[in-house]
Design a protein around this ligand. Structure first.
Ligand code: G6P
Length: 604
């Protein structure tokens, strides 16, 4: 969590850093700060609260500098406060750092430093890095960074400035992302591409334990033995527009609306030509006896949906789906005959990375579905296929989720064929169905006004339940998560058949039960469940294509276009996303940055 940026060049670093932090705010937003190089010492401003608080102070105290570092924080150690915000300086004000990650042995390091007379200003783990760097500084900042890194346990992406070194900005990383961008007017470090996309699309991805030294006219890379190394410069094909709101009130709405396009791109990358297709075609599924799917948050929900699809299309004997935070510690029964599928938008989620490493250590073959090129998971997995969602800025995922689902569908169809479970004519009809998803989502957008109006009448509900059976249940999980994430409405998802085993006791007047109903063969079952809650005073919103219901003051319906049952989650989820969005919008909430959440959960 947390976003960092740094710049050195011929322009004033302050507006560049502030603008970059705006693009990184999705990574954390409880406080922000900036430090710039000055002949008389570092100029530092740190403010608790949103970036606008920092900007207000900067507007009153404008300063300029050719070099600076900035940080937007999601607190882990020490409450959000001005003093705990980054950048942190050593006590002699010689070294300034910004840090994304967690220093696990910070207590031990802090005690050691305190015994040497160092006084700490903050309660953060990060300050030990600045203090340690000052202690070890011997006139050579690269040596110092190498020595400090050797003492740090945990994860870090660090931007570092030294007062003795007016020309050089230093960075190093381990287990947290860091990119280096180069442009005509100067060079950058950043946690993510959108932060620097308005200046350059030419980037290097720093690998663990690599050190970079940036100056106005160039960039150098070193390994942890201080030997120079060469790296490949990559070109990012994300457009600047894709990292801007483009006239929408929130990134989330823009990203929901982008789904037809990004799904088309993702499906063609997997079905027509390119690296995704090559990788999918190259996997020999017959050599595995188990598929284990693992991920966090919405990516996990995509995994739950896909389990139903893999089971139905591949008839595979053993398919498991597990939260990565559980998978990593459960002593999973996996081996070299297991294909582990990891799903992650960011490619940086700590638990998913740990699950990946655990799987590899046990000899399993790992296949990652990732959105961010150059991310840790993308680089470490045996195979990586990429969702073509483009940058997703809103904390609550929408388009990344949908594109993850699309790739999982393609995998299930292709694996099913290779296993001989899907005859060729069925394969082509399934693929034809898959390719209709984008246009059918566009058709759903024609009903946005109705969804908006319906959602605006739901803002006073204290509890909203989502029910479904089979694959409808799987997507109900995502609907419920989306709603609670951004609208702060208590919500739960249940398998329809489980209602009478407890949850129905929570149903009373003014409970809304969103009933997913695209499983035609189970419609009568879920309809009975809906009737049971209606008779206890609840209101029901049916969302699906298999439902024929009479609407009334208690019963509403959002009818979806027809599609193969297994792919119906791709349509239902769009309604659920829009519903959550408009409930939150009608409550006037900060949709793109919900309280306490961050997009990229890089800590346990
Ligand atoms: C956070 C985000 C979710 C996301 C989850 C997993 O909780 O808010 O939208 O699904 O992390 O993130 P990943 O980057 O691994 O998909």
């Amino acid at each position: 969590m947390c976003g960092i940026i740094g710049y050195v060049g011929s322009e004033n670093s302050v507006p560049i850093i502030v603008d970059g932090l705006k693009k990184l705010e999705y990574r954390g937003y409880d406080s922000a700060g900036i430090a710039v190089y000055g002949d008389e010492g570092f100029g530092v401003i740190k403010k608790k609260g949103r970036l606008t608080e920092l900007e207000a102070v900067l507007n009153k105290n404008p300063f300029t500098s050719h070099m600076g570092i900035g940080h937007t924080r999601w607190a882990t150690h020490g409450e959000p406060s001005d003093i705990n915000s980054h950048p942190h300086l050593g006590s002699r004000n010689k070294i300034a750092i910004v840090h994304n990650g967690i220093i696990e042995n910070y207590k031990e390091l802090k005690e050691r430093l305190e015994r040497k007379g160092v006084t700490f200003a903050s309660q953060t783990d990060s300050e030990v890095i600045a203090q340690l760097a000052e202690l070890y500084y011997n006139g050579d900042i690269i040596d110092t960074v190498i020595k400090v890194s050797a003492h740090l346990e945990g994860s870090y992406a660090l931007g570092i400035m030294c007062l003795d070194d007016p020309d050089n900005l230093i960075a190093v990383k381990k287990d947290n992302p860091l990119i280096v961008g180069i442009s005509e007017h100067g060079n950058f470090i950043a946690s993510d591409v959108p932060a620097i996309l308005s200046h350059t699309n030419k980037v290097y991805y720093l690998s663990d334990n690599e050190i970079t030294v940036l100056r106005k006219g160039g960039v150098e890379f070193f390994n942890s033995d201080k030997e120079p190394i060469s790296k490949t410069l990559e070109t990012i094909n994300w457009s600047l527009d894709s990292a801007e709101k483009g006239g929408y009130q929130h990134f989330m709405l823009k990203e929901i609306m982008e789904q037809p396009k990004v799904l088309r791109d993702t499906l063609s990358s997997a079905l027509l030509s390119g690296e995704n297709k090559n990788i999918i075609d190259s996997i020999d599924i017959s050599k595995f006896n188990k598929i284990a799917i693992t991920a966090c948050g919405s990516a996990y929900n995509a995994g739950v949906v896909s389990k139903y699809v893999f089971e139905r299309l591949c008839r595979f004997s053993s398919i498991e789906v597990e939260l990565a935070s559980e998978f990593r510690y459960k002593d999973a029964v996996i081996d070299e005959n297991t294909l582990v599928i990891l799903i992650s938008q960011s490619g940086e989620t700590a638990d998913t990375i740990a699950a990946l490493r655990e799987s590899k250590a046990r000899g399993s073959v790992t296949l990652a579905i990732v959105n961010v090129v150059g991310s840790t998971i993308a680089k470490e997995a045996d195979y990586t296929i990429f969702t073509a969602a483009g940058p997703e800025i809103a904390v609550a995922t929408t388009k990344a989720f949908s594109t993850q689902l699309a790739l999982l569908y393609v995998l299930a169809v292709k694996f099913g064929c290779k296993l001989g479970k899907i005859p060729p004519d069925m394969e082509s009809s399934l693929i034809a169905e898959l390719n209709t998803i984008p246009e059918k989502i566009s058709a759903i957008f024609e009903h946005v006004d109705y969804i908006q109006k319906y959602a605006s009448a739901c803002i006073s509900y204290k509890n909203i339940f989502f029910i479904g059976r089979n694959i409808d249940y799987a997507i109900a999980l995502e609907g419920s998560l989306k709603l609670k994430e951004i609208s702060y409405t208590h919500s739960e998802a249940y398998a329809g058949g489980e209602l009478k085993h407890g949850p129905i006791s929570l149903v009373e007047e003014n409970t809304l039960v969103v009933t997913l109903s695209s499983c035609g063969r189970l419609f009568s079952k879920i309809f009975s469940n809906a009737e049971q809650v209606i008779s206890r005073g609840a209101k029901v919103l049916f969302v699906g294509n298999a439902c024929e219901v009479e609407t009334s003051d208690k019963v509403s319906l959002i009818k979806l276009p027809g599609i193969h049952e297994l792919f119906s989650p791709s349509l239902s989820v769009v309604v659920l996303q829009l519903f959550s969005y408009y409930v939150a919008a009608n409550k006037g909430l900060d949709i793109d940055k919900p309280r306490n959440l961050a997009k990229s959960v890089t800590v346990e």
